[in-house]
Design a protein around this ligand. Structure first.
Ligand SMILES: Nc1ncnc2c1ncn2[C@@H]1O[C@H](COP(=O)(O)OP(=O)(O)OP(=O)(O)O)[C@@H](O)[C@H]1O
Ligand SMILES: [Mg+2]
Length: 325
């Protein structure tokens, strides 16, 4: 069962450091399983995707970076505003070499520094172009996944008409911007928000969802990342929080494991258990706060060994099992 039938553009945002790049990679793999072709794009020139998939640095040229089950393929690129500008000039004005001359004259720097938001229009425009590109057998890509800017900047990033309307309401740029806006606001787009079960990331998620709703940008799922397993049962969690764990039982456990069973060790373990219990309680509260957002919600475990390409496939199948395809 797929939650995202008909969605062509998946935008992944979230508070900084929550796992946007990781989740975007896992989602691209999940979406490509079963023979589909997915394009994964990053926009901040940080080479996060190359690191994640352990491949050479990405450029503006789309290249195949991974295979998925059943002949699926993931392609990727790093979208650079300057390259997008060249392409744009070539496509829309057939300027070609003249475009590069403009660049040498500093026009691109002029345009991207002077016109507020123009850089974003170019970057989002490139993504838009990829969602519509057709080959002989239909769409070139079945879906595009965008490793997007963090929640604080996502609406401004996607809402490309505002900067453009003051710049070029009419003419090809204006038409391009309103075509982009149409896709961004249509059911073909889903903005997924990555969250952690902690106070700040959850608050940012709630704020971002409100802001996206206010601007009528379709919200996809909430992807709760780095979920930690609870090692204790509910009555043990309560005891741990109150510092009332059975010290004799802990000492017996330590001895059985061939470890020192002195007071220092027992105290340290009790403290760790109390912290863990506290964290589990916060997580429970935050999980119900996220549930109130009323969006499909997926959970990904914190993988203690970190994220290598193998771990990424693991996260992808966890997403797929929950319907995120
Ligand atoms: N489920 C997970 N389990 C373990 N480690 C994770 C998981 N998800 C992400 N990480 C790790 O957390 C760190 C941040 O992840 P990532 O780079 O994907 O976040 P980000 O939101 O893209 O960050 P930034 O805001 O800097 O772009 C990385 O070191 C990554 O390997
Ligand atoms: Mg990132």
């Amino acid at each position: 069962v797929s939650d995202w039938e008909g969605v062509r553009l998946h935008v992944v945002t979230g508070k900084g450091g929550t796992g946007k790049t990781t989740v975007a990679g896992a989602l691209a793999l999940a979406l490509s399983a079963g023979g589909r072709r997915v394009l994964l794009a990053e926009v901040e020139q940080r080479q996060g995707l190359a690191q994640l998939f352990d491949v050479a640095p990405l450029g503006y040229q789309e290249q195949r970076i991974a295979a998925a089950a059943g002949d699926g393929e993931v392609y990727a690129l790093a979208i650079d505003a300057r390259e997008a500008m060249h392409e744009y000039l070539t496509m829309f004005y057939r300027l070609g070499r003249a475009g590069r001359a403009l660049d040498r004259l500093g026009f691109v720097d002029f345009a991207t520094t002077i016109a507020p938001g123009l850089r974003d229009v170019l970057v989002v425009g490139k993504t838009y172009e990829a969602t519509r590109r057709r080959g002989t057998a239909g769409y070139v890509y079945d879906a595009i996944v965008l490793d997007a800017p963090p929640t604080g900047r996502i609406v401004r990033f996607l809402d490309v008409t505002t900067p453009v309307s003051s710049l070029a309401r009419v003419g090809p740029i204006g038409r391009q911007a309103s075509a982009i806006t149409d896709v961004i606001h249509s059911p073909r787009t889903a903005v997924h928000v990555v969250a952690l079960l902690e106070d700040m990331p959850v608050q940012e998620t709630i704020d971002a969802v409100a802001e996206l709703r206010a601007t009528h940008i379709p919200i996809g799922s909430i992807i709760v990342n780095q979920v930690q397993t609870s090692y204790l049962r509910s009555h043990e969690l309560t005891a741990a929080r109150r510092g009332q764990l059975d010290r004799t039982a802990i000492a017996n456990g330590l001895r059985a494991a061939g470890l020192p069973d002195g007071d220092t060790t027992i105290n340290a373990l009790s403290k760790m258990a109390a912290d863990h219990a506290e964290q589990v309680m916060v997580a429970k509260r935050q999980r119900s706060a996220l549930a109130k957002l009323n969006r499909p919600t997926y959970e990904l475990p914190r993988l203690s060994a970190g994220i290598d390409p193998t771990a990424l496939y693991e996260l992808a199948s966890t997403l797929a099992e929950q319907g995120a395809t």
